[in-house]
Design a protein around this ligand. Sequence first.
Ligand code: ATP
Ligand code: MG
Ligand code: MG
Ligand code: MG
Length: 439
Amino acid sequence: MRWSSAFLPVLKESPADAQIVSHKLMLRAGLVRQTAAGIYAWLPVGWRVLRKIEQIVREEQDRAGAQELLMPTMQSAELWRESGRYDAYGPEMLRIRDRHEREMLFGPTNEEMITALFRDDVSSYRDLPRTLYHIQWKFRDEVRPRFGVMRGREFLMKDAYSFDLDEAGARQSYYTQLLAYLRTFQRLGIRAVPMKAASGPIGGDLSHEFIVLAPTGESEVFYDAAFEGFDWNQADVAYGDAEGLTRLFEQVSGTYAATDETHDAARWSQVPAEKQRTGRGIEVGHIFYFGDKYSKAMGLKVSGPDGRPLTPMMGSYGIGVSRLVGAIIEASHDDSGIVWPEAVAPWTVGLVTMRADDGPSSAAADDLYAKLNAVGVDTLYDDRDERGGVKLGSMDLLGLPWQVIVGPRGIANGVVELKNRRTGEREELSAEAVLNRLT
Ligand code: ATP
Ligand code: MG
Ligand code: MG
Ligand code: MG
């Protein structure tokens, strides 16, 4: 993309209404604009990042054996009356009437709808287990929408739902999603620690929140530094390996991590002092086993091997896809702007001409841009006729992993500058060497 023809409105000043750094940076770097309280338009840069995150989430869900579908945002109140949640959900639910006075709502989550879909098409134990997911906009009329996309009212969520014949099967589905989550967040380039969460009305140990460390987080967290060393992509566990997944779960639950809601001072005191990590964190995902809560209320049954009806056991698994954009920035930025992990960066390379009016450097940059495109390196080319310093400042703000800086002096010597945004390291190289380095 050439900046001169892009819709990329960067702001010089920090917007006064933004309180936390990720919100400020998302506005300044032109990722989003608020269109109503807690509702955001995703501008091209933000949309690129959102889609990259969504795609990694999707690939890891698919790899874990979940199947994607798409349910609508609008739901009928009838569905929620079946589970009893229409009245129970409260004012966070946005309720709407259509022209025929039918009661509708903008879905805050999809347990009811998926249970009804499954009920209508599944009748035998042979059709279980299944895990289904979608990535869809949700609406929750939060009392205090704040921190930009971090607590919006309309937000993008990946939500998966598992159906199993019994609790043992449901545990396996839960462990499978646990591993998928650990791998997803690692691929996104952030550390999200699974923390035991309050388990709700049905009890049990099967509820974890995934928390990204950041000083602006809403919950206080306590965890064992061992979580910093685990490599979940190398972990010797395969999906479908029941023993391996059980071991993984035991490893996770045996390593201390809790939010203020579940913190246990006695267990904490057993974590060696040098391994105790405390701070604040942002909830980016939540997995939950709830047994037959919805299947029972909504009459979902399948016939078992002996012909007798069985009520499937369910779990649900959410990831805040749009919240992650803010959370990743909270975890990865510096004084000059965003520092994107490579996997989610809107472009991999920012190519900058220091003097757009200098013929030889423009020609060299045009040539490099064409070559980067030809080998498929996502590049934003700042070819605008602006002061070099301004352009470098904007590039730092945007946070692309690599900058290639082309100026008249370098070109006279046959070199350009390659800068690593995260470390700030700079090197002078020939254009050819840069190409080799970036491919
Ligand atoms: P919170 O505690 O932040 O209100 P929640 O526990 O109500 O979140 P869940 O029902 O567990 O949220 O939904 C799954 C995920 O959806 C959350 O882990 C979070 O990442 C995301 N999420 C929830 N509410 C919002 C929101 N208002 N804006 C953006 N993302 C959200
Ligand atoms: Mg909430
Ligand atoms: Mg929560
Ligand atoms: Mg939650």
